[in-house]
Structures are given as C-alpha cells and as structure tokens.
Design a protein around this ligand. Structure first.
Ligand SMILES: CC(C)(COP(=O)(O)OP(=O)(O)OC[C@H]1O[C@@H](n2cnc3c(N)ncnc32)[C@H](O)[C@@H]1OP(=O)(O)O)[C@@H](O)C(=O)NCCC(=O)NCCS
Length: 221
C-alpha cells in the first residue's frame, strides 16, 4: 500500500468509492473534485493497493480565526469546491477522509493521516484541524447528549469508529460542532472538532504557501 497525490484520472474511481462509503450522503460532483485539484493539488491524497484506489484524504489551507466559530462542512469547504482555500493560512483543514469499507482496519487510514502530517510539516503549517463524524452516536443518542458521548469515547468507555481512530492518531478533542453535516444521520448531524499540533512548526518562518504567494506578488510588482 502506498499514498500519492490525487490526479484528474482518479476522479471516476473516487466518486464510485465515495458512493460505497456513504450510501445515504450525496457524493461529490466531478467538477467539485476537479476544482479541489486545481485549487490545492498538494492537499489531495489517495491510497493505492494493487493499482486500485482504496482511500483518500482531502485538505485545504484556511485562516482558522475566520472559522473557529460554528460552521458546517458545506461552509468551510465552499460547498466542496475549496474556493476558500487561503495561502496565507496556518491551518491544514481536513475536509474528507475515507477508506474502502472492504479494507478498513488495515492501516490505510493511518497511512493517509501520515501523509497529511507529512504535508503539514513540509509546508511549515501550525496544525491540522478537522471536524470528524461521530457515526456511533445514533446508537446511543436516546440515552445521552452528544457531549457525553464524546467524553465517554475519550474516557475509553465507548468506541466510535471515527473519533477513537482520530484520538489514536494523536488528535486532541476540542468540542462538538453542532449540525456540521445535517444529512449525516449516523452522527445525528454533529461532529467532533479535533486538532493535531505540528511539533516541527517554526513560527519564525513563513509557510511554503506564503513564501510562494509573496514571490508571486514581487514578480507582479
Ligand atoms: C475512519 C477511517 C478513515 C479509518 O480508516 P482505516 O483504514 O480503517 O484506519 P486504520 O486501519 O489505520 O485504523 C483503524 C483501526 O484499525 C486498527 N488497525 C490498523 N492496522 C491494523 C491491522 N493491520 N490489523 C488490525 N487492526 C489494525 C487501528 O489500530 C485502528 O483502531 P482504532 O480505530 O481502535 O484506533 C475509516 O473507517 C472510514 O473510511 N470510515 C468511513 C468514512 C468516514 O466516516 N470518514 C471520516 C470522515 S470525518
């Protein structure tokens, strides 16, 4: 298994896979994926086994101060187009990650998260932030509020297929993002706000995106 940058040729396979992962949530459109690749190609990764795509992780860079209040997935991804990708930001935002349901639990999610952490380090970004689904919540939603569910996952009393994985990947839980994906019935529409801080971040240096942006401005002047 390996990870590599996503290309335009991968789009059809990715759309098919996404449909299998989320049978009840509308998949991306072809034009949205194509635009993500135009806007921030470095942030789009796929995992490959035997020449077949078995997972993907897509990210954009944002100015977190603009988004720290409540937001939905649709808002922070500009409806899946990543139009709000901001080269001046310090935060890699995880917009999506999924693995072929036939091969979960074999380290593919871990490899994709490793790819994201490597990107964050290479670009000298301060952190990775994401809002993770809570697909186990619907099973106990009648018995407890979502905040208690998340705490029980943190305390180790409950296991959530996504949040438990993200905590193992070194992410810290920061609270609930209410109504993040309204059509996500399994998570009762909520998500867990999580962060991973880049231990190698050098605040005295610009990010590689800021550097490239500044150079472009100099050339235009
Ligand atoms: C969440 C998700 C991306 C994780 O992907 P994955 O490939 O299963 O992740 P990994 O295999 O790296 O790790 C998953 C678990 O398997 C375990 N595992 C990893 N390699 C393993 C191996 N070789 N043998 C047995 N177990 C293994 C890990 O310890 C981990 O356990 P944990 O969940 O208790 O922490 C995947 O389940 C998924 O696509 N879910 C549906 C889509 C979704 O909701 N995405 C999240 C959007 S926010």
């Amino acid at each position: 298994m390996r990870t590599r940058s996503t290309t335009h040729k991968d789009i059809d396979e990715l759309l098919r896979l996404q449909k299998a992962v989320y049978p009840t949530i509308a998949p991306w459109r072809r034009d949205q994926l194509a635009q993500q690749l135009e806007v921030f190609p470095q942030g789009q990764l796929v995992a490959i086994v035997d020449d077949r795509i078995v997972g993907c992780a897509s990210s954009l860079v944002i100015l977190w101060d603009e988004w720290a209040d409540e937001h939905t997935w649709k808002e922070i991804t500009s409806a899946g187009t990543f139009d709000n990708h901001n080269p001046n930001g310090f935060t890699l935002y995880g917009a999506e990650v999924f693995v072929d349901p036939r091969v979960t639990g074999r380290g593919i999610g871990h490899a994709l998260y490793d790819g994201r952490r490597a990107l964050c380090r290479q670009m000298n970004l301060r952190r990775i932030i994401a809002c993770g689904r809570l697909p186990g919540y619907h099973k106990v939603a009648a018995q407890m509020p979502v905040e208690l569910y998340a705490k029980k996952v943190l305390w180790g009393d409950l296991t959530d297929p996504v949040l438990s994985f993200q905590l193992r990947e070194g992410f810290r839980y920061c609270g609930i993002m209410y109504g993040y994906i309204p059509e996500d019935a399994e998570s009762c529409s909520h998500a867990a706000l999580i962060v991973w801080l880049n231990p190698n971040h050098n605040p005295g240096k610009p990010t590689t995106l800021q550097e490239a942006y500044d150079k472009e401005q100099d050339i235009e002047l």
